[in-house]
Structures are given as C-alpha cells and as structure tokens.
Write a protein that binds this ligand. Structure first.
Ligand code: DO4
Ligand code: MG
Length: 282
C-alpha cells in the first residue's frame, strides 16, 4: 500500500486504486498503533476515491523531523575523503565508515522540505552542489520503521569539503531536502536488490545518471533507526535518510533549471526542479 499526502487530504493506493483516508491529520496517522492495519481497513471498505487525480501531491511530512545518515556507502566514503583532503578531514570519513556508531545529522523540519514536483534549492554561496538520492525511512514515535519514501539530501560539496564543521551549512538550508512522492507502507525490510536510480536533466537532455542497490548500503536501516532513537524521543515520529551511494563526477555541479529524477522502484519517482532564488521567490 502507498500513502499519499495531497492538497485534498490523505489517500491510500492499493492495486492501482485510490481510497480516501478518513484521518486527515498526518501526525495522528503516522502515530497510529498499526498504520498498515488501519490503512488496510480503509481499503477494505471498497469505496474508491474519484478525486485523487486532481489532487496536488505534497511532501509526505507533518511535524516529523528529518534526520540523515552519512557515509553509509563506500562511494560516499571515497567522495567525502577526496573533497576534504586539503582540509585534513579525510580520516574522519574513513573512520566513521567502519565505526560501530553511524554518522547521523539533523537535516531539517517540514519547512525545509520540498514535495514532489516542486523546487529544491542550491545555495548562492556554494560552487559545487549535488543531489543525494537516498532511501528514507519513516519511523513512528515508538521507533518502529513503518514505511519508506524517496529522499534527496541536497548538498554543497565545496562547503562540506572546506571543513567538516561546516556540514550543517552544507546540508541544512531552505529547500535542501525533498521527500516523496508517497510512503510505501511496510515494516518489512526492502530486498537488497532494491535499485536506487537518479537522472539529472538539463534543457531536456540527460547530464548525469547513476544507479546503486541496497546491497551497497553498509548498515541495516533498523540499526540506523535504533541509533537515532537511543537518546531522542520523537512525539510525531521521524524521517531518516539512509545515505547516498551515488555521487556524480567531481566536475559536475547542479545549475538552476536542472530537473532531478530519483526512482526507487517499489516506492516511485521523486522529481524536482533546481532553483537558486531565495525562498520567497522560489
Ligand atoms: O558526512 C557527510 C554527509 C554524507 C552524506 O550525506 C551521505 O553519505 O549521504
Ligand atoms: Mg546524504
């Protein structure tokens, strides 16, 4: 089942049919004792919704915080070591890749998050900006993984590479995160063969494409979730981005007008356009 948050309310999709979810409060929905059972009961009513097609998809987030894991793929470890070589930061990335404790950082709240079809931003004071396509976990207030979405952890590599202490500025700014198009509601781990794909289009032509699978993810999603919930309570649950395994070549930087498409097959495709304008103009 897939759960959508839209301008017309919440919908669940099953077998290609859409059903209106009576619970309109996203935070209450996510905190449900058993979200999958609740949604199954909605589907079982058999009352399909006719107005889903006209609804505008919104980011599937309410009051949840978004957190992110870093250096969870070998490709990310290598990219981070290379970009921070001159700053002497390379060793930290190698160490965190093999350490028991993962790198976890705060990525933002809903106000920083772009939904499907809307704009993500690159910083005006960055010269090297990339998208990071990441499987993203939805975790309920009890620390249980209840679903998955597609995430984009937009990053300023020149700022991150200049000094690892600049990480929050490289990672957290207006519209530096995108989530969607829906939540794949499931507490089962996704198969290791699950592909994550990205394509970046400039003036309609592909300028970068890449792919990886969850087999390359060094850590178990459940372990990442457990670390996040160790000393934190999340009254509304939380999103946890699981890190990127795809990094464009070092001479690539995003430009305003680029279109980013990230696909994780059982979930769907998250598409966003890149802008540099400040949020009021975005
Ligand atoms: O350590 C910096 C962040 C790395 C990251 O966001 C990733 O590996 O996805
Ligand atoms: Mg990342």
């Amino acid at each position: 089942m897939k759960l959508y948050r839209t301008s017309n309310g919440n919908y669940v999709e099953d077998g290609g049919k859409h059903f209106r979810v009576p619970e309109s409060n996203w935070d209450v929905l996510v905190a449900q004792e058993e979200l999958d059972k609740y949604l199954r009961s909605v589907v079982d009513t058999g009352e399909t919704a006719s107005n889903f097609a006209s609804a505008h998809l919104e980011a599937p987030i309410g009051s949840q915080e978004v957190w992110a894991a870093g250096v969870t793929y070998f490709r990310s470890r290598s990219a981070r070591m290379a970009e921070s070589k001159d700053a002497g930061g390379g060793d930290f990335y190698d160490r965190v890749y093999t350490a028991e404790r993962p790198e976890l950082f705060f990525k933002g709240s809903a106000s920083r998050v772009a939904g499907p079809g809307s704009n993500v931003r690159i910083r005006a004071d960055a010269t090297w900006s990339v998208p990071e396509p990441e499987l993203t976990l939805l975790i309920n207030p009890r620390g249980q993984i209840i679903g998955y979405t597609v995430g984009n952890d937009m990053s300023s590599r020149d700022i991150e590479g200049e000094n690892p202490l600049y990480l929050p500025q490289a990672k957290v700014y207006d519209r530096s995160c995108a989530l969607g198009p829906c939540i794949l509601v499931s507490s089962d781990p996704l198969p290791s063969t699950t592909p994550i794909r990205i394509e970046i289009l400039r003036s309609g032509s592909s300028v970068f494409s890449g792919a990886t699978t969850l087999a390359e993810l060094k850590r178990k999603p459940a372990d990442l979730a457990a670390y996040l919930f160790r000393e934190n309570t999340f009254a509304y649950g939380a999103f946890l981005m699981t890190g990127t395994g795809i990094v464009p070549p070092d001479d690539f930087t995003l430009a305003p007008g680029d279109k980013i498409r990230i696909t994780i097959d059982p979930i769907g495709t998250l598409e966003n356009d890149v802008v540099q304008a400040r949020l009021a103009q975005a």
